[in-house]
Design a protein around this ligand. Structure first.
Ligand code: DSN
Length: 449
């Protein structure tokens, strides 16, 4: 245990890394190994990003020890003056960065944020209309393996079979027939712009609430590289790590924040319902160190560097998609409007699957994820798709030339691998070593900072 007696806060926090090394060499080495993995391989997972070291410092700070329930100035424990200031700062900065009227920084994750909105609005058996999971939705939007599927009556809309794009008229017809209480838009594998205004028109027509899950595109929305849902949706939810902050979730509201809703015969504004559902409804003590880290991140998003980077993320994704199309890849929707590229990798070669692509690329230092596609007939462990994203490579300073290089290396590996079964393959050692070396050189030229 730490035998230090009385240190300044600065000295206390500076000693964190030495304390870990001294106390638990095993975990210390594992963390170092993860650092080396990140520095030596190419991170192309669309759901990942890198936070700054300032954000990491807050996550690893003494604030993590504070227990309290409730909201600033209405807590259930003493000693909250400082964490009240931290949470109020995070809320004010979240509202500023997203141009929102209400922000709740307490959700532990994006999924928790979604859970809070669902539990706040719906009674058991109430209806949700959402994009189906394999069509690009998210498990927390009512998939039958999640809490939403267990407690609510969920109907899904689908992308068009030919274009693989959202079909607004089809969504409207489903909404008219199903009469949901909540419509959810947004997801985790959709590479095109989402028209939040159209969703709101449908929601208004059928008397439903609209929730926009913007986890994947929150950074783009902050910068104006994607339209904002803040005033179009009743609720916008996001994780805070995908746009480059700490792990955690966020609920935002625009012009409808103080709209009245009747709960158990009493009228209450929507924002208050969200507060009460967060605590005591769904969560206990918020992670106040994460909330401090969120405050730091929201300030970072106001910088010119952050905002221009969001546009470069989109440009890099478009360039990568263009390259892959040129190399004969079946890029879903023939391109991308955001940070993500979805590929029907099974169409590349006889026997190719998402699982083989993910695993053989990883052996060569290229990190992506397999993904089921709309109308996929393969299971999730195999999948027909591959999903790529450009937030981290852009954060590390890569641009169009590097996207050309990455597309070429990606293609060399996937054309060179020998397919044995839907999950087994053989990779020539010289192909593997040569690609690994080239990837490492690229990563060393553009290191994580
Ligand atoms: N939503 C998952 C994804 O997009 O990969 C991770 O949170």
């Amino acid at each position: 245990m730490d035998s230090l007696k009385r240190l300044s806060s600065q000295a206390y926090h500076e000693g964190i890394w030495d304390a870990l090394k001294e106390q638990d060499e095993h975990v210390y080495q594992l963390i170092n190994k993860e650092y080396e993995r990140l520095q030596n391989t190419l991170q192309l997972i669309a759901a990942e990003n890198l936070c700054t070291r300032a954000v990491l410092a807050a996550l690893g700070s003494i604030v993590q020890n504070k227990t309290t329930e409730g909201f600033p100035h209405a807590r259930f424990h003493g000693g909250c003056d400082v964490v009240d200031d931290i949470e109020e700062l995070a809320v004010a900065r979240a509202k500023e960065t997203f141009k929102a009227q209400y922000a709740n920084v307490q959700p532990h994750s994006g999924t928790a944020a979604n859970q809070i909105v669902l539990v706040a609005l719906l009674e058991s058996g109430d209806r949700i209309l959402s994009l189906e999971l394999n069509q690009g939705g998210h498990v927390s939007h009512g998939a039958n393996v999640s809490f939403g599927g267990k407690f609510f009556d969920v109907e899904n809309y689908f992308v068009d079979r030919q274009t693989y794009r959202l079909d607004v008229e089809n969504i409207r017809q489903k909404a008219l027939e199903f009469k949901p209480k909540l419509i959810i838009c947004g997801g985790s594998a959709y590479a095109r712009t989402i028209d939040f205004q159209q969703f709101r028109r449908i929601a208004d027509e059928v008397g439903a609430y609209l929730m926009a899950d913007i986890s994947h595109i929150a950074g783009l929305i902050i910068a104006g590289a994607h339209p904002s849902p803040i005033d179009a949706a009743h609720f916008s939810t996001t994780s805070t790590y995908k746009p480059g902050g700490p792990r955690g979730g966020l609920i935002l509201m625009g012009k409808d924040f103080d709209r009245q809703i009747e709960v158990s015969g009493k009228k209450t504004p929507l924002w208050r319902l969200i507060q009460k559902t967060t605590f005591p409804g769904v969560q206990g003590t918020p992670y106040l160190n994460n909330i401090a880290a969120k405050a730091i991140f929201f300030k970072e998003t106001l910088s010119e560097e952050y905002r221009s980077r969001q546009f470069r993320i989109v440009e890099n994704a478009a360039r990568l998609a263009e390259n892959l199309l040129g190399l004969g890849y079946d890029v879903v929707t023939d391109g991308t409007d955001n940070h993500m590229i979805l590929i029907n990798i099974a169409n590349l070669r006889e026997g190719m699957t998402g699982a083989i692509a993910q695993e053989c690329l990883e052996e060569c230092g290229i990190i992506i994820n397999k993904n089921r596609l709309p109308y996929d007939t393969r299971n999730a462990a195999v999948a027909s798709g591959a999903r790529l994203g450009t937030p981290i490579v852009t954060r590390n300073g890569m641009g169009p030339d590097q996207m050309d290089t990455i597309a070429g290396l990606f293609d060399t590996v996937l054309r060179g691998v020998k397919i044995v079964s839907e999950r087994e393959y053989e990779l020539d050692n010289s192909l593997k070593d040569d690609t690994r070396r080239k990837i490492m050189e690229l990563c060393h030229e553009f290191p994580m900072s």
